[in-house]
Design a protein around this ligand. Structure first.
Ligand code: SAM
Length: 316
């Protein structure tokens, strides 16, 4: 797909109805020869709309008016392209804890959590956040994570976590203001509630930063898992990570994780969910047209979930 087509498709399929600002920008880029030429000089993986728009916002550039955005991007290209080459799209969404919670709370307690593709590790604090599943409230403090839950018995209490560790190719540091600013820039302009949630979750994590290790989710997992304390249930989990991982590496990861003690929770789009050696029953129809993730425990699919943890529908 050409860069122009990629931006046009992003406008139509991802930004439409979700971010009017990004829909306008993506359409403008798809039609602007000069910007397309500049993007064409970057490695293909670095030409993506989300990365360009987040970098311009991170640098303080305009994203409301397409003409001003294009002027800024072209006029500041050395700085823009330098950030695009070094930074990556690693949105960290604490809201995803709301869909993990029913599974985590049902496992033998206490838990030793190990998240692969952890970004800054904000999903490693499911015991510290508060939850609102309709009128079922759970936990205390900030942020309060709202989730519309259907077909599941909700837990009475948050899980007990005695160890938390993360593995990421490029871990971000919640105590570094530049890394938190980058995470904020990755949230789309209109999503102010998500930015407030990020700030609150980053404060929780910064008060007791997690053990975050730079490494690959398959190659470096056994060494980190071996550090989990005895007497706690090891839970390896990942949310919205495997779409960034090539298919053979996803399968390699699944083989490694299935060889570990404890449990494995996945929250990923159905096309990237690895299930080696496991039966592949058909999934029920997704509850809507949105792009749903599948929540799975030890390879068994349990529920459809929305990408920021705002809803889940359990399979009958
Ligand atoms: C979209 S972010 C999701 C972060 C977090 N799981 C969440 O849901 O908020 C995906 C993360 O996976 C990491 N990642 C991608 N490939 C990886 C690999 N092979 N090994 C470890 N981490 C990886 C990226 O660096 C990025 O931080």
């Amino acid at each position: 797909m050409t860069t122009a087509a990629n931006y046009a498709e992003f406008a139509a399929r991802e930004a439409h109805g979700v971010s009017p600002a990004y829909e306008r920008l993506a359409l403008a880029v798809s039609r602007d020869r000069e910007t397309l030429e500049l993007l064409g000089a970057l490695p293909p993986a670095k030409r993506q709309p989300n990365l360009l728009f987040a970098v311009v916002r991170f640098l303080g550039g305009p994203v409301e008016d397409p003409a001003a955005f294009l002027d800024y991007t072209v006029g500041n290209w050395p700085a823009v392209q330098a950030e695009m080459r070094t930074r990556a799209t690693q949105t960290n969404e604490a809201g995803r804890c709301a869909v993990l919670l029913p599974v985590l709370a049902a496992l033998p307690q206490p838990l030793a959590l190990l998240e692969v593709g952890a970004s800054a590790g904000l999903c490693l604090y499911p015991d510290r956040y508060a939850y609102r599943y309709g009128d079922h409230l759970l936990g205390s403090g900030e942020p309060v994570l709202d989730c519309a839950a259907t077909g599941v018995t909700l837990p009475a209490r948050v899980p007990e976590v005695v160890w938390r560790a993360g593995l990421d190719l490029n871990p971000l540091d919640v105590t570094d203001p530049a890394d938190v600013a980058w995470l904020a820039a990755l949230i789309w302009p209109e999503h102010e509630r998500r930015r407030a949630r990020l700030r609150a979750a980053a404060a929780v994590a910064a008060a007791e930063p997690p053990l975050l290790v730079r490494g690959d989710l398959a190659d470096d997992l056994p060494e980190l898992a071996a550090k989990a304390p005895a007497g706690a249930t090891l839970v390896v989990f990942h949310t919205s990570v495997l779409y960034q991982v090539p298919a053979p590496r996803r399968e390699a990861f699944a083989e490694v994780v299935r060889g570990l003690p404890g449990h494995w929770i996945a929250n990923e789009t159905p096309d990237v969910l690895p299930r080696p050696g496991l039966p592949r029953p058909g999934l029920p129809e997704p509850p809507g047209a949105a792009l749903y993730n599948v929540l799975a425990l030890d390879g068994t699919p349990l529920a459809w979930t929305l990408s920021h943890g705002q809803a889940m529908v359990w399979f009958a």
